[in-house]
Design a protein around this ligand. Structure first.
Ligand SMILES: [Zn+2]
Length: 126
């Protein structure tokens, strides 16, 4: 069940919810960006919406921002972020590129954290 955050009505699927948004004269993009605002961790701009999964999985709008954030954020924070991302991906086994990605990810574990994040980010945005 998904609930409309505007009026509280419940729906069986995202599709039904998305169709219902017309009643509020809202586009799907507007709904998620206003009810579940997510911001780029580096420059604080709102996360661009392409699909629900992509929206909730993205912490950055561009790879450049991710790279800049890795360079400027405290090392501990970057490390924690990458570790959480790894755990997150493990829980989403149905992701199409998961297998290939996990190979890359495991290999990247032996390299710098920065590179690992970059791989993750690629996987999230394809
Ligand atoms: Zn509603």
């Amino acid at each position: 069940m998904v609930k409309c955050k505007v009026c509280g009505k419940e729906f069986e699927s995202d599709r039904q919810l998305h169709a219902h948004l017309k009643a509020h004269k809202m586009r799907v993009i507007e709904y998620y960006q206003s009810q579940y605002p997510r911001y780029d961790k580096f420059d604080n701009t709102i996360i661009k919406f392409k699909s629900k999964d992509q929206y909730f999985a993205s912490d950055f709008n561009t790879r450049t921002n991710l790279k800049k954030w890795i360079k400027s954020a405290p090392k501990d924070e970057v490390k924690e972020y990458c570790e959480n991302l790894l755990i997150d991906r493990k829980n989403k086994k149905n992701m199409p590129k998961y297998f290939l990605f996990s190979l890359v990810g495991q290999w990247a574990l032996f390299t710098r954290f920065g590179f690992m994040c970059w791989c993750h980010f690629n996987e999230v945005t394809v």
